[in-house]
Design a protein around this ligand. Structure first.
Ligand SMILES: NC(=O)c1ccc[n+]([C@@H]2O[C@H](COP(=O)([O-])OP(=O)(O)OC[C@H]3O[C@@H](n4cnc5c(N)ncnc54)[C@H](OP(=O)(O)O)[C@@H]3O)[C@@H](O)[C@H]2O)c1
Length: 243
């Protein structure tokens, strides 16, 4: 990868990338990471995102995971993509140790229905967090509480201010939201998204795939500013931050 903005003549090493994507440390920071086609699709024909990805995108996906305390994810994406707890093998142990991070990030899954894979709930080296609403089915909630940490944030829809405060209370400051579009729309609407990392794949697929956000239009819209732009084989890796 090389940097197009700001300009840099040389190939970026992983050490450069870790520096470019370092989280601010003064406060909790919410970063989202998505891959999209040129025509805005965030799902491939198989309804998953992996079919849109590439080795450099996958490399960056893993690198961003290595820098975070918690992966924030919508329940539907966990069901479609078969999300499981993050393993130590996926992580750069030395990077995490240098930053004082736990060996692996937790998964924090946002769900109203609580229809979640028990293996995901059971967690791995890190305990899984479930962020839900007061209206979630009480009997299922009791079962979930036996396996994972449950945060109730809001009555009918998750209040991301409350949810993120709860994550901060658990020591989870560096947040990496991996989608999907329904969660992303509500997160942006809440005003708590700090940064968007967007991989733009030079491909057009048409069809009726979801785009980066799904849900009611935002008024006013959320404006972001380009912080850097990397390139590899025609793929663009954009990093935007809230203005
Ligand atoms: N290209 C990419 O980078 C990328 C990234 C992520 C996902 N995706 C794709 O996106 C698709 C899934 O996206 P999606 O929009 O359908 O689902 P999603 O955002 O992953 O999950 C939606 C679900 O999350 C819960 N949820 C979200 N916001 C909530 C809120 N404010 N309050 C309470 N619960 C809330 C609900 O869970 P319950 O249903 O359990 O109540 C809701 O049905 C998949 O095809 C996936 O592959 C692509």
């Amino acid at each position: 990868m090389q940097s197009l903005f700001p300009t840099s003549p040389s190939e970026l090493s992983d050490a450069d990338l870790f520096e470019l994507y370092a989280y601010p440390v003064e406060r909790q920071w919410v970063r989202a990471n998505f891959v999209s086609t040129l025509d805005g699709a965030v799902q491939g024909p198989d309804q998953r995102s992996g079919s849109l990805s590439s080795p450099p995108d996958h490399h960056l996906f893993a690198l961003l995971r290595s820098l975070c305390d918690v992966v924030l994810i919508g329940a539907h994406t966990t069901r479609v993509e078969g999300y499981q707890p993050v393993t130590e093998a996926e992580m750069r142990a030395s990077v995490r140790a240098d930053l004082g991070l736990a060996p692996v990030p937790s998964i924090a899954v946002v769900s109203r229905s609580l229809r979640l894979d028990p293996e995901l709930l059971r967690g791995g080296s890190a305990r899984t967090v479930v962020i839900t609403t007061g209206a979630a089915p009480a009997d299922v909630r009791a079962d979930v509480e036996a396996l994972a940490t449950v945060v109730v944030a809001g009555e009918h829809s998750v209040d991301f201010g409350v949810a993120l405060d709860a994550l901060a209370g658990l020591g989870l400051q560096r947040v990496l939201c991996e989608g999907g579009p329904t969660l992303m729309r509500d997160l942006v609407a809440s005003g708590h998204l700090d940064e968007l990392c967007l991989t733009l794949m030079p491909r057009i697929i048409a069809g009726d795939a979801l785009r980066l956000t799904h849900g009611e239009a935002l008024a006013p819209p959320a404006d972001l500013r380009l912080r850097h732009l990397l390139e590899s084989d025609g793929e663009l890796f954009c990093r935007y931050a809230r203005t």
